[in-house]
Design a protein around this ligand. Sequence first.
Ligand code: PLP
Length: 228
Amino acid sequence: MTTSIASQLELLQLEIAKSREKHPNFKDNVRLVAVSKRQPLDKIEEAYQAGHRDFGENFVQEGVEKIQNLNKSDVQWHMLGAIQSRKCKDIAEYFDWVQSVDRIKVINKLNRAREGKPPLNVCIQVNLFGEEQKAGVVGEAIFELANRVEEAQNLKLRGIMALPPKQTEYARQVQQFEKIAELYQQLTAKYPHIDTLSMGMSGDFEAAIAAGSNMIRIGTAIFGQRDA
Ligand SMILES: *Cc1c(COP(=O)(O)O)cnc(C)c1O
């Protein structure tokens, strides 16, 4: 059986709404980023036709090609993958958001490359659970990076992005997301204008929403399995 992308998106929005309703005290809506890495352009087009406007990519080259080929000015493109500093120029030129910022050098390069354009939206990638294979920072470094983004004229600090260890048990997922949400609260105390707590993927978005996520990044649950 094949399920259309439009109906997957609709289903997902219903599930998001259901998770949200359990927490009437949360003020934010949950923004859905469709993660289209290693998915063909026709699937992105299908999601676009269904009204979806936020897409996430992990690889700069692949992302730039899709951005050029889809060629829609009303789409917001989110860079989510590890950043090589030599790719900062392309990121600043083509993307609207970059959620995987984790060092000063990258911040400086993005800022320079973004000159003359509307500010690039930035999330600091956090790695609270110290996973070596993943990008992201912990502790004081989060505040140092946030401060530098805040100072950078062509960047706009929006919040944090996290990709915690995979857990199958709901309670464990919530526990991890709550730690990240706590950090986000500390950051909002310092930067009241930030508005983005980006956490939750296909396998754990319900728990992320329960912990206060207001942006989830979903790939397989929308587009199906990725190409190898
Ligand atoms: C691939 C990826 C996702 C989406 O993962 P799914 O499990 O397919 O929903 C979300 N965020 C990041 C940073 C990713 O790399």
